[in-house]
Write a protein that binds this ligand. Structure first.
Ligand SMILES: *[C@@H]1O[C@H](CO)[C@@H](O)[C@H](O)[C@H]1NC(C)=O
Ligand SMILES: *[C@@H]1O[C@H](CO)[C@@H](O)[C@H](O)[C@H]1NC(C)=O
Ligand SMILES: *[C@@H]1O[C@H](CO)[C@@H](O)[C@H](O)[C@H]1NC(C)=O
Length: 420
């Protein structure tokens, strides 16, 4: 398969793009026996102080190479990392310890499957983002599953009532963010005012004629505040770029829903899992009201590199394109059992997006998309554990264990979560 010239790809063929990428019959969702994660005991804690501020960028993360030197966690450790806190909208906080069974029955993920070398995919350059500014697409599956979190992040609907996001969008490792007291989730509203005229510009924020847009400075245009409303800044300036026009004609419109409860694994908390905290940068939010939007299921894959071009996809609300949903795909350059490194272009605001791929249902002709990770964001990673930092975009991968935990959070019943 040769490179696809993106400049000639109209937006409506995005779906075709992923199909082209995966033509091999082997690209089937694997079936997993996942461990059983059961709640052991729930105790009441004091209310959080809600004193933390959002972090624009995470640093000092112990990354893949650094983690290789850490001892393999024992069952006790794993149970501690997966134990979790729940915060309710009235400020009540609880701690739930869990037990994990069947850890050995999980098909082992082989770390031999990956090489340390970084595969570069230069074909797609550095900015592979498409602004899905046309409501015709942004309010349709799969884009419609992407939501905005009122603390400034993105998330994805994994059930009618549940949103998966990054833990750091909720908690800085020491305390809950200030904004978590009134946490809300914004779902893009369908707007019918616009006709089909907008179609041609659908990918307006993407790449124009194959030119890199890195040098563009759309920051002047508008900035999303923490509630997701936009505020016009630097009015005028006489620039008539396509992206500017599409922003002007496409005011964001979200339907905001209150969050009833929030769950964060203890592995994310400072000092609990030490160098493994990055692996636990995920949280689940339960909405007060179920959404009618179709959600995306969770899935588990053994190795991203076995996928066509090792490619992942995600959409979120990048700060530099306020109110617009931004879609991108790219190849994973390195992976461990819990993390995916890639160089997808992404700005703050897209943290918490659901990373998905599309594979065939076993024994069927049907292809389905599933969430296989949570986009954590741009991070300064301690590569060798010696303090030297390198930057990566990091996604937390959904392992069989995490699948079991998140599934239990969603269903409230671990017996529904035996097979991923
Ligand atoms: C809240 O802040 C106080 C004072 O800084 C501290 O002693 C207490 O442990 C904090 N409580 C929580 C739940 O973080
Ligand atoms: C807060 O909400 C939780 C869950 O709905 C409930 O169990 C608890 O009693 C409430 N606490 C207060 C102080 O209202
Ligand atoms: C797989 O990894 C183990 C331990 O890291 C090593 O001993 C073994 O040689 C590797 N196998 C292959 C095929 O690379």
């Amino acid at each position: 398969m040769g490179p696809i010239p993106l400049c000639v790809l109209p937006l409506f063929s995005l779906a075709v793009l992923s199909a082209v990428a995966a033509v091999d019959d082997d690209y089937t969702w694997p079936q997993w026996n996942v461990p059983l994660v059961r709640n052991r005991r729930t105790t009441l804690l004091s209310s959080p102080n809600f004193s933390a501020q959002p972090q624009p960028e995470l640093s000092g993360t112990c990354g893949i190479e650094c983690q290789r030197r850490l001892p393999v966690p024992s069952l006790d450790d794993v149970e501690q990392f997966l134990s979790y806190e729940t915060v309710y909208e009235n400020g009540t906080r609880t701690y739930t310890s869990v037990s994990v069974q069947g850890l050995n029955e999980v098909t082992p993920w082989s770390s031999n499957a990956t090489s340390h070398s970084r595969r570069k995919r230069e074909v797609y350059g550095t900015d592979t983002r498409f602004t899905i500014s046309d409501k015709q697409y942004s309010t349709k599956y799969p884009f419609s599953t992407s939501v905005k979190i009122s603390t400034g992040c993105s998330g994805v609907l994994v059930s009618p009532k549940h949103v998966l996001t990054a833990a750091h969008c909720i908690h800085d490792g020491k305390d809950y963010l200030d904004g978590v007291q009134k946490l809300r989730v914004g779902i893009l509203k369908e707007k019918s005012k616009r006709g089909k005229g907008g179609k041609g510009r659908g990918g307006g924020g993407g790449r124009g004629k194959g030119k890199k847009r890195k040098g563009d400075k759309p920051e002047e245009e508008a900035q999303a505040d923490s509630t997701g409303k936009t505020e016009r800044k630097g009015k005028g300036k006489g620039r008539k770029s396509r992206s500017r026009r599409s922003i002007e004609s496409e005011k964001p419109s979200f339907k905001w829903t209150r969050v009833k409860k929030t769950q964060v694994p203890k592995g994310w908390f400072k000092g609990v899992s030490k160098g493994l905290a990055a692996d636990f940068d995920y949280a689940l939010l339960e909405l007060k009201k179920a959404s009618k939007i179709k959600h995306m299921d969770l899935g588990v894959i053994p190795s991203v590199k076995k996928l066509p071009a090792g490619r992942i996809h995600f959409s979120g609300f990048d700060d530099d394109r306020p109110g617009n949903l931004v879609y991108r795909f790219c190849s994973v350059t390195q992976e461990s059992s819990d993390l995916l490194y890639q160089y997808c272009d992404a700005k703050p605001g897209s943290s918490g997006s659901g990373v998905y791929i599309r594979l065939k249902e076993p024994g069927k002709k049907k292809w389905t998309r599933k969430i296989i990770g949570v986009f954590s964001g741009h991070q300064w990673v301690d590569v060798n554990g010696n303090g030297a930092q390198q930057d990566y975009n990091v996604a937390v991968r959904i392992t069989p264990l995490k699948y079991a935990q998140i599934c239990e959070w969603v269903h409230g019943d671990s017996s529904e979560c035996r097979v991923a």
